[in-house]
Design a protein around this ligand. Structure first.
Ligand code: ATP
Length: 198
């Protein structure tokens, strides 16, 4: 079974595109959702976080102390890199476990991750898709979806590679600019992936 990575900048619409692939019966691993879940379930990760950021990183009932972690990593790139160095390998482990449980007859699975390229995760995929959208449209989508300011969106964007950097690493791209049909673009890639597994 092929492993296909899919990524895109904040607000590019990668989750929306993945939902279209799901309608074709393709399973999708949402790395960012799983990353949040395993912060309270993966014992290796929990120990790593406590060792690095202190026991107060978790409350007595095992709930993650988000405020404590955010106060350390929010504006300190070194600390953010330390957190990522703990979380990314744990997400890779979770993906491998998830992938191993999938029915073997499936042609391919998708791994959706905001930091697919930044984390090095793309190297573990057979092919990688980049979802692109115009800068202004991405900002408009996220300010509306998350009810946040343009400045807050730009701060999140600045933590990610630019599309120009990502395009060099991607094998395929989907333009989600609301002019081109995303359904037709997904169907085209789906056909190409099916042919690869024939
Ligand atoms: P993030 O990295 O922030 O999770 P994302 O890349 O996964 O973002 P989505 O959540 O899929 O992006 O899309 C952002 C918003 O834009 C959502 O509210 C979604 O419904 C909307 N959107 C995405 N693509 C389209 C489209 N082609 N037409 C209309 N709305 C869209």
């Amino acid at each position: 079974m092929l492993k296909i990575g899919i990524t895109g900048g904040i607000g590019s619409g990668k989750t929306t595109i993945c939902k279209v692939f799901e309608t074709l019966g393709i399973p999708v691993f949402y790395a960012d959702t799983v990353a949040k879940q395993i912060m309270t379930t993966d014992t290796i990760l929990i120990e790593g976080i406590k060792d690095t950021f202190g026991a107060e990183s978790y409350f007595n009932d095992g709930v993650l102390n988000n405020k404590h972690i955010a106060s350390i990593v929010f504006s300190n790139e070194t600390e953010l890199n330390k957190l990522n160095a703990l979380v990314h390998p744990a997400v890779f482990r979770a993906f491998d476990e998830w992938d191993a449980m999938l029915p073997k007859h499936l042609p391919y699975s998708l791994k959706e991750a905001a930091l697919l390229f930044e984390s090095g995760s793309y190297e573990m995929c057979d092919k990688n898709i980049l979802v692109t959208a115009p800068h202004a449209l991405k900002i408009a989508r996220v300010t509306q979806r998350d009810n946040v300011s343009e400045e807050q969106v730009l701060a999140r964007m600045n933590k990610q590679f630019t599309d120009r950097q990502k395009l060099k690493l991607a094998d395929y791209f989907i333009e989600n600019n609301e002019n081109k049909s995303i359904i037709l673009q997904v169907l085209d890639l789906h056909e190409q992936f099916l042919k690869m597994t024939e």
